[in-house]
Design a protein around this ligand. Structure first.
Ligand SMILES: [Zn+2]
Length: 533
């Protein structure tokens, strides 16, 4: 029996080669060598096309077959019965803060389970302008230590600016500007997929538009894109509309495609502006500009007290600079006055839920800023200032309306993202929550569209040429999930609960999740952009 099996294996493996060698034209089927055969799943290919029941064969890190597999077609296969399950390209998350997970000394962290259990096989890191430009070094580390999901890198505008001119509120000198350009060019040559910015954040907000254009140009020249957390998602400085116009302008002047991070209308002052933003973007797209966005399906954003409430000028020099200014009566009064206006922009103290503490802040998590103020019978602003004197706090900021969220979600240029960061359930539950909100409960779009905006479309935006689609020859990044139990469990109160419903998750042809459990393998890779340098 054993002998016969290996004989059959031998014939299956080498007979086609022998036939080819003899240049015989044979009608006999060539057996395909496969490591895994995912059978009878409902296959969505990532293009948005209607699904079909099919089998998918995986060999090494590639998809080698999709269709109706007959029994004698494969010389070898681990068979996975996917009947009744959804089979889709592994999801691609264009905006995460998984940097720390993937560089952790702990291999369990590097499995990147928060994302894997959402069906995500590739995460972007370096978003919001924070990404290092040391791409080769990060990629070498990822290969050496091994990681659970793939990762692609954005070089950060903030990282570059801070490296060259620190936290100062001024324009770069000519020499500094040229150093910044060199850092960006180097990052692209080493495989960054583009430039990220977070113009809302200090010190990035000290930059004028033209300064950003110069670096976006360098990204664009290599086919990279400009990924932006807008200068204003609310009414803090130039306003939401002004900030979207600035992003479009950066795209126009630099020639780089523009991708707006976590698109939203933040706070009562801009609620309802989604329709205006959508028509701005649509008309730019009609003129041929490449503009897309991602969105997470939560009504609360995640940020810090300092970022939500403190005016930017007061953060010149970072938190240390702020503390110095809080010590002077004149600046103290002005900061407090402007913080009051910012608190109103955020919808008031009851809309800020404390989800974590930083530094030496003495603070109870799970309470709103309003709760804390009521309990200590003090002004919420004084509570916030007390926190900032010794540290900072993470907050979930409830600042979006369902109408705006839905309006953005419906656009064909909006894809799924998580902005996954510690202390917010979006890190653990964004993809299944978007699936439930948009497909199952909201019935806003068919499943084929949800899968397209979570895989193939995102691969196109990021420029990942062999990911995002189930096609022969593509990388075998595949999610197999159950449509009923694909559900987020993370909440604002318990943000670290893993999502359910993913039965199998293949990354580069290896199962990171099998039978709903982590396998412990770390087959992820750094996905570096090929550039001409
Ligand atoms: Zn952001």
């Amino acid at each position: 029996m054993k002998v016969r099996k290996s004989l059959a294996y031998f014939i299956a493996s080498f007979a086609p080669l022998l036939l080819t060698a003899c240049q015989t034209s044979s009608k006999q089927p060539n057996r395909i060598a496969a490591d895994y055969l995912i059978e009878n799943g409902m296959v969505y290919d990532g293009s948005g096309a209607a699904p079909r029941v099919a089998d998918i064969a995986v060999r090494f890190d590639r998809i080698v077959f999709i269709g109706d597999a007959t029994d004698d077609q494969f010389s070898y296969a681990n068979r996975i019965n996917a009947s009744g399950l959804i089979v889709a390209p592994g999801f691609i998350d264009p905006h995460t803060h998984a940097d720390n997970q993937l560089t952790s000394g702990n291999p369990e962290q590097r499995q990147n389970e928060a994302f894997a259990f959402q069906g995500v096989t590739t995460v972007l890191v370096g978003n919001d302008g924070f990404g290092s430009t040391e791409i080769s070094e990060m990629a070498t580390q990822a290969r050496r230590d091994a990681i659970g999901t793939n990762v692609a890198y954005l070089a950060g505008f903030g990282y570059i600016r801070k490296s060259v001119i620190g936290d100062d509120d001024r324009a770069p000198t000519e020499v500094e500007a040229s150093r910044m350009g060199k850092m960006m060019a180097q990052a692209m040559c080493e495989g960054a997929v583009g430039l990220s910015a977070g113009l809302y954040y200090t010190p990035q907000n000290f930059a004028k538009t033209a300064e950003v254009v110069e670096l976006a140009k360098i990204a664009g020249q290599q086919g990279g894109y400009y990924d932006t957390h807008l200068r204003d998602e609310s009414s803090y400085n130039i306003g939401l509309v002004g900030a979207v116009n600035e992003a479009i302008e950066i795209g126009t002047q630099s020639g780089a495609a523009v991708h707006i991070s976590h698109i939203k209308a933040l706070g009562p002052a801009v609620w309802g502006q989604s329709s205006r933003i959508i028509s701005l973007i649509n008309s730019a797209r009609e003129k041929g500009r490449k503009i897309t966005a991602d969105q997470y399906p939560w009504a609360a954003s995640g940020t810090r007290i300092s970022n939500a409430l403190v005016p930017r000028w007061a953060l010149d020099g970072g938190l240390a600079g702020l503390r110095e200014r809080l010590g002077k009566a004149t600046t103290f009064d002005r900061i407090k006055r402007e913080m009051a206006a910012n608190l109103e922009r955020r919808g008031g103290a009851d809309k800020l839920l404390i989800t974590g503490k930083l530094g030496d802040a003495e603070i109870e998590i799970g309470q709103t800023l309003g709760d804390l103020a009521a309990r200590s019978r003090s002004d919420p602003l004084d509570v916030a200032i007390d926190i900032l004197k010794t540290g900072d706090a993470r907050v979930a900021s409830f600042n979006m309306t369902a109408d705006d969220i839905t309006a953005f979600a419906k656009q064909d240029w909006v894809v799924t993202g998580s902005d996954g960061s510690t202390g917010h359930p979006r890190k653990y539950g964004s993809f299944p929550k978007a699936y439930r909100d948009l497909v199952v409960d909201g019935k806003i779009m068919p499943l084929s569209r949800f899968i397209r905006r979570s895989s193939g479309q995102t691969a196109d935006i990021v420029g990942l040429k062999d990911r995002g689609y189930l096609k022969v020859g593509m990388a075998a990044d595949i999610v197999v999930f159950d449509s009923e139990s694909f559900v987020p469990r993370a909440t604002y109160e318990q943000p670290r609960l893993l999502s359910t419903g993913v039965r199998y998750l293949f990354v580069n042809g290896q199962p990171v999740i099998s039978g709903g459990q982590l396998t412990g393998v770390l087959p992820g890779r750094p996905l570096l952009k090929e550039t001409q340098c």
